[in-house]
Ligand binder design. Sequence first.
Ligand SMILES: O=P(O)(O)OC[C@H]1O[C@](O)(COP(=O)(O)O)[C@@H](O)[C@@H]1O
Ligand SMILES: [Mg+2]
Ligand SMILES: [Mg+2]
Length: 350
Amino acid sequence: MSESRISLTRYLIEQQRVHGVITPQLRLLLEVVARACKRIAIAVGKGALGGVLGSAGTENVQGEVQKKLDVIANEVLIEANEWGGHLAAMASEELDGIHPIPNRYPQGEYLLLFDPLDGSSNIDCNVSIGTIFSVLKRLHDDPAVIEPVSEADFLQPGRQQVAAGYCIYGPQTTLVLTVGNGVAMFTLDREQGAWVLTQDQVRIPEDTREFAINMSNWRHWAAPVRRYIEECLAGAEGPRGKDFNMRWIASMVADVHRILTRGGVFLYPWDKREPNKPGKLRLMYEANPMGWIVEQAGGAATDGRRRILDIEPKGLHDRVAVILGSKNEVERVTRYHLEADGQPAPATAV
Ligand SMILES: O=P(O)(O)OC[C@H]1O[C@](O)(COP(=O)(O)O)[C@@H](O)[C@@H]1O
Ligand SMILES: [Mg+2]
Ligand SMILES: [Mg+2]
């Protein structure tokens, strides 16, 4: 590797030794997750040749049909982290309860959550998909008494994350990471098998002319979301005075990656088909890690009313409405919700 290339390992060592934002244990944990993502990238790349496409014929805890790659990615992450990652336990979109790490000494101090394969509906179509992950620190009331790890240990708001990231399996395989010191992107050098830093301190433009939403749900949305989208669609002749473009990849990783690259706003709002569900996306392993990454890149993330990272989770698989991306647009959508609620809209809504 040439001298000027910065590897993931060097980046993490600098975050530990120079910036003091991670511990050596967290550094090793992130290396293990990144290695697992390389293995998932290889599996994804095999496609029909490797027999990895199609349904696994099983359902996960949320009642969704699992694709073979959902199951493979989940197994790869669990196997890689079981002994390699300073963990107390893991939680996954594909697992009902938590997966405690087999007893050993000293007990791991971190909790890892993941959506092993995001964008499942795109797997068989050869469209970008990804892995999303979040790391929390296990908190102890009394450090002298180490209780067995439980689901309650995981139920922390997203602002307490110590690392978050995703890996996108697309034309390039890219790992995007934050440890609270901005957002860095690493591209996989497929010949060398190495993660190479290709962008540091990623910034999302505060304004945008591009929105991402599943328009087919139009008739189910609440009034504030309709208002926002109607104004975008009215274009240069409407109240916004400018034309908007639309993109919807239906892989959150790919939509968020585009927003980190050139700005935009992503919405997966509440809708009235299932009024008792706050949204479709999962708080702890989709919205929280993506919300922190977006904030670290200068954007914003809310559920329409509250900052995503301040939401107190009640369960591992909680769902949430998500609006994230370019700051001024997220603040606008949030203001529309607060106005509809009859609440005074703060100058800066989030
Ligand atoms: O098919 P829809 O309703 O547009 O939903 C697409 C959304 O669902 C998701 O695929 C959900 O993630 P999973 O594939 O991990 O269940 C998001 O990535 C994406 O933004
Ligand atoms: Mg997902
Ligand atoms: Mg998934």
